[in-house]
Design a protein around this ligand. Structure first.
Ligand code: FEO
Length: 390
């Protein structure tokens, strides 16, 4: 695939494989590697190890692989670096460019003696007299070793994980709003805890006066109109939310599910401008649930009581929520229980302990909700709405 007069895409799209059993995610992904061709040839990143053979075969069909002068490793995580050892079988003395932390990452992953050149922000690699690659470190975006690289005169930012997504060709051909949703899901699950660093990185790009005509991340879509994703990232690193309120629940015998549905109906009546969405947390990937949390000012969560606490599924939800360190969200807790009802109270306590703003009142219903309990659920909904708007 043509990227610019000096750059070709040499990655792997998992949709080209009949089986996706090799995939590192649940869905097929396009993993991007780029070939820079000047008087010398350089590669930026590789692909997961599972696709190393095809990657090498493709490269050989495009160039004399022994003509490669160097490999730029923007990030050592193995979706980017997995084919390195196979590449070195073909080009044993290949020079590798990475950050100081990249050295730890590569040697830790592969336990091999690499021919390493350690680089820092603003250091430059001359591909030839005209073509230059400038390195920009991106510590903790999202690992210590990440960096990006800016190619002039092509004005391409090779951005590693930043601005990336986990999707493949068919979605890449989709419309802009679908692409942005996919990028937002990736941001929510990868960069949320590092949003301050992301803001600094975006500032560095702005004040560094980089003219960026194309952003080429390590997986997913290549952004030919980079302002779209740059402007979106500026909002996301400030945790911009939208008019959506998700209601999450787990339910043992459908009692908590009935409460979720009633709360959903009640909320839809009081908050006209908001979209209310109800999720059985067992039926959705945790990454999708975190995406909805990222884009919402608050949410409600329902749990049954099991062994004097909330359910295992809610515990997994809470664990991921804690790890992503979202800014405080306004949360309402509800649940249905049989002979004891500690689940909602424990959940309220644990949500507060990870910095969430939890409504003092919880909705606890003993046994299956009857008409009186459903009436209480509607009243609880009104009080949650008031709490959200405080
Ligand atoms: Fe941090 Fe694309 O891996």
């Amino acid at each position: 695939m043509f990227i610019s007069s000096h750059v070709k895409w040499v990655g792997i799209s998992e949709e080209d494989f009949t089986s996706n059993s090799l995939s590192v995610t649940r869905k097929p992904v396009q993993f991007n590697s780029y070939l820079i061709q000047g008087k010398k040839n350089y590669l930026i990143d590789t692909v997961p190890e599972a696709y190393a053979e095809k990657f090498i075969e493709n490269l050989k069909s495009m160039i004399d692989i022994t003509s490669l002068s160097g490999l730029i490793v923007l990030h050592g995580e193995m979706d980017h670096s997995g084919a390195i050892l196979r590449l070195l079988e073909e080009v044993p003395h290949l020079e590798i460019y990475c950050t100081e932390e990249g050295k730890d990452s590569l040697t830790g992953h592969f336990h091999s003696n690499f021919n390493l050149n350690l680089v820092k922000t603003d250091e430059m690699l001359e591909i030839d007299e005209q073509i230059k690659l400038t390195f920009i470190e991106m510590k903790m975006l999202h690992w210590p070793d990440n960096m990006s690289a800016y190619l002039s005169p092509d004005n391409i930012l090779f951005s590693s994980d930043a601005f990336g997504q986990y999707h493949s060709k068919s979605l890449i051909e989709a419309n802009e709003s679908t692409l942005l949703d996919s990028a937002r899901l990736y941001y929510a699950n990868v960069f949320t805890p590092f949003s301050k660093m992301m803001e600094s990185y975006l500032n560095h790009l702005t004040y560094g006066n980089y003219q960026i005509d194309c952003i080429a991340p390590a997986h997913g879509s290549i952004w030919r109109n980079p302002d779209i994703i740059l402007n979106a990232y500026l909002k996301w690193c400030h945790h911009e939310t939208t008019l959506k309120i998700p209601i999450f629940y787990d339910s043992k015998w459908a009692g908590t599910k009935k409460l979720a549905q009633t709360i959903g109906e009640g909320l839809a009546k009081v908050c006209n401008d908001y979209e209310i969405m109800i999720f059985n947390i067992r039926e959705h990937p945790i990454e999708d649930l975190m995406y909805y949390i990222a884009i919402s000012p608050g949410f409600l969560i329902g749990t049954p009581t099991i062994h004097n606490s909330y359910s295992d599924q809610v515990a997994a939800f809470l664990w991921r929520l804690k790890g992503l360190r979202f800014p405080s969200k306004k949360i309402g807790v509800f649940g249905c229980h049989g002979w004891t009802g500690e689940g909602t109270l424990q959940l309220k306590l644990d949500l507060s302990q990870i910095g969430m703003s939890v409504m003092k009142e919880t909705l606890n219903v003993n046994w299956q909700p009857d008409s009186e309990a459903l009436k209480q659920a509607l009243q609880f909904t009104q009080r949650y709405w008031d709490f959200l708007n405080l």
